[in-house]
Design a binder for this molecule. Structure first.
Ligand code: NAD
Length: 453
C-alpha cells in the first residue's frame, strides 16, 4: 500500500477508536508539546538561526514563548472549552435540554509557511489537539532546519498514532490535498491559498486560510515622529521584514514624510548600529529566490535609507524607499522583506481611499495623537486585525481572534478561537419522550387551532 494512504488510514482508525476524545488524552498531548518546547529549546533556537538568522530574542518571543503560552492557555482552559454550551430556549422547548457540543472534526491537515516555521505549525496544532483531532502536520520545506526538528523530534513527544508529520514542497502537498481531510488549516500565500481551497472543495472540506497581502500603515501629521519611527522600525524589520502582519507601506503627508525620514534613520542606527550587516539582531532572507525578488524591489522609487545587499549572506539592509509609483512592483506585491516604501497622500480622506481601493489587508495600522483620527481609520476601512499607535501587538493577545478578511484569508485562531476553529459546533436538542399531548397541537389535520402553538 502507498505509505501516505497507510498513514492516513492509521490516523483515521485512531480517530475512529475515540482515543483522542477524552480530556485526559488531549491534556497529555498538550503536555507533550510543552515538554518538546522545553527540552529542545536550544535545538530550536539553533534551527531558527540557521534558517532565518533569527536572533535568540526574536526566536524566543515570536516562536517559542508564544507557542508555549498557547499550550499553557489550552491546558488551563481545556475542561471549560470542552463543556457543552447551554443556549436559550423557546416556549416549545422549555422542558428540553438545548446546547452546543464542541466535537472534533476528525483528521485535520495543517500546512505551514517558513517565516515563523515553529509558531505557525505549533499554534494551530495546539488548537487541533485541544479539540480532539488527529493531525497531519505539513511544515514548510523551505525552513529546512526547523522542518527537520519537527519531523524527527516532535513525534517522540506525541502519540504517533494520532499525529504524522508530512514532508515536502508543492508536489507533495498537492498529493496530500488529493485526499479527503475533515478540516484544512492553511497558512501561506493567497496564490497557494486558492489551490488549497479548490482542492478542499472537491471533498467539501472546510478550510481556514491564513494569508498575506499588503498591510497599510497610516501616519498622521499629529504624531511624535521619533516614537512612530521606533515602533515602525521595530515591527517592519523584525524577522528581516518577513512577517505577514508587518506594515507593508507607510501612508503620510509630504511634510510628515520629511519628519519621519531622519527619525527612521535614527531608529535603524540605534537598533542595528552603523553597519546593520554586522548586527546580531537583524535576520536574513530565507532563500536565494526571495533575496533576488527583494533585490529587484530595491530598484523601485528612490532609496532614502539603506539599499545595500549581499547575496553571499542573503543580507538586505533595512531600507526605506520614497517616490514610488503605485504601478511599480513594490506597490503591487506583498514585500515580505526589510523594505519600507513611504507613500505620500494629501489628506486622511485620500489615505482611506487609497486603502479601500485595494484588497482587504491582514492588518492595518494608524498612528496619531488624535484618537478621533485612529477611530476614523478604524471605522472607514476593513482588515483582519487593527492596531492603533503600534505594530503587530494586537496579535500577542490570545483573547483576540487572529485571521484575515477578503483576500487576506478566512477563519480565525489563537487561544479559544483555535479550539473553536478545530471543533464542529453541533446543535443539540434533547427532548422528553413523554408529554405527547403538547405535540398534538402541531400535527395535521391543520386548523386555526395549530397556529396557536
Ligand atoms: P506559500 O504559500 O508559498 O507556502 C505555504 C505552504 O504551502 C508551504 O508548506 C508549501 O510547501 C506549500 N505549497 C507551496 N506551493 C504549493 C502548491 N503549489 N501546492 C500546494 N502546496 C504548496 O507561502 P510561504 O512562501 O511559505 O509564506 C509566505 C506567505 O505566507 C506570505 O504571503 C505571507 O503573508 C503568508 N503568511 C501568512 C500568515 C498569516 O498568519 N496570515 C503568516 C505567515 C505567512
Amino acid at each position: 500500500m502507498d505509505p501516505l494512504e497507510d498513514t492516513l488510514r492509521r490516523l483515521r482508525e485512531a480517530f475512529g477508536s475515540g482515543r483522542t476524545r477524552p480530556a485526559e488524552f488531549r491534556a497529555a498531548q498538550l503536555q507533550g508539546l510543552g515538554r518538546f518546547l522545553k527540552d529542545n529549546r536550544q535545538l530550536l533556537l539553533d534551527a531558527l538561526a540557521q534558517d532565518l538568522g533569527k536572533s535568540n530574542f526574536e526566536a524566543e518571543v515570536s516562536e517559542i514563548a508564544i507557542s508555549q503560552s498557547e499550550v499553557d492557555l489550552a491546558l488551563r482552559n481545556l475542561q471549560t472549552w470542552m463543556k457543552d454550551e447551554k443556549v436559550s430556549k423557546n416556549l416549545a422547548t422549555q422542558l428540553d435540554s438545548a446546547f452546543i457540543r464542541k466535537e472534533p472534526f476528525g483528521l485535520v491537515l495543517i500546512v505551514a509557511p517558513w517565516n515563523y516555521p515553529l509558531n505557525l505549525t505549533l499554534v494551530p496544532l495546539v488548537g487541533a489537539i485541544a479539540a480532539g483531532n488527529c493531525v497531519v502536520l505539513k511544515p514548510s520545506e523551505i525552513s529546512k532546519s526547523v522542518e527537520k526538528v519537527l519531523a524527527e523530534v516532535l513525534p517522540r513527544y506525541l502519540d504517533q498514532s494520532c499525529l504524522a508529520v508530512a514532508l515536502g514542497g508543492p508536489a507533495e502537498t498537492a498529493r496530500l490535498l488529493e485526499h479527503r481531510f475533515d478540516y484544512i488549516f492553511f497558512t501561506g500565500s493567497p496564490r497557494v491559498g486558492k489551490i488549497v481551497m479548490a482542492a478542499a472543495a472537491k471533498h467539501l472540506t472546510p478550510v481556514t486560510l491564513e494569508l498575506g497581502g499588503k498591510n497599510p500603515c497610516y501616519v498622521d501629521d499629529d504624531c511624535d515622529p521619533q516614537t512612530v519611527a521606533n515602533r515602525v522600525t521595530w515591527f517592519r524589520y523584525f524577522n528581516a521584514g518577513q512577517t505577514c502582519v508587518a506594515p507593508d507601506y507607510v501612508l503620510c503627508s509630504p511634510e510628515t514624510r520629511e519628519r519621519l525620514l531622519p527619525a527612521l534613520q535614527n531608529a535603524i542606527t540605534r537598533f542595528y548600529g552603523d553597519d546593520p550587516q554586522g548586527s546580531p539582531n537583524l535576520g536574513r532572507i530565507i532563500s536565494q529566490k526571495h533575496f533576488k525578488r527583494l533585490q529587484g524591489l530595491l530598484g523601485c522609487g528612490r532609496v532614502a535609507i539603506g539599499g545595500q545587499s549581499d547575496e553571499s549572506e542573503l543580507y538586505i539592509a533595512p531600507t526605506v524607499l520614497v517616490d514610488v509609483q503605485e504601478t511599480e512592483p513594490v506597490m503591487q506585491e506583498e514585500i515580505f522583506g526589510p523594505i519600507l516604501p513611504l507613500v505620500t497622500v494629501r489628506s486622511l480622506d485620500e489615505a482611506i481611499d487609497f486603502i479601500n481601493r485595494r484588497e482587504k489587508p491582514l492588518a492595518l495600522y494608524a498612528f496619531s495623537n488624535s484618537s478621533q483620527v485612529v477611530q476614523r481609520v478604524l471605522a472607514q476601512t476593513s482588515s483582519g486585525g487593527f492596531c492603533g499607535n503600534d505594530g503587530f501587538m494586537h496579535m500577542t493577545l490570545a483573547s483576540l481572534p487572529f485571521g484575515g478578511v477578503g483576500a487576506s484569508g478566512m477563519g480565525r485562531y489563537h487561544g479559544k478561537f483555535s479550539f473553536d476553529t478545530f471543533s464542529h459546533h453541533r446543535a443539540c436538542l434533547l427532548r422528553s419522550p413523554g408529554m405527547e399531548k403538547i405535540n398534538d397541537l402541531r400535527y395535521p389535520p391543520y386548523s386555526p387551532r395549530n397556529l396557536r402553538v
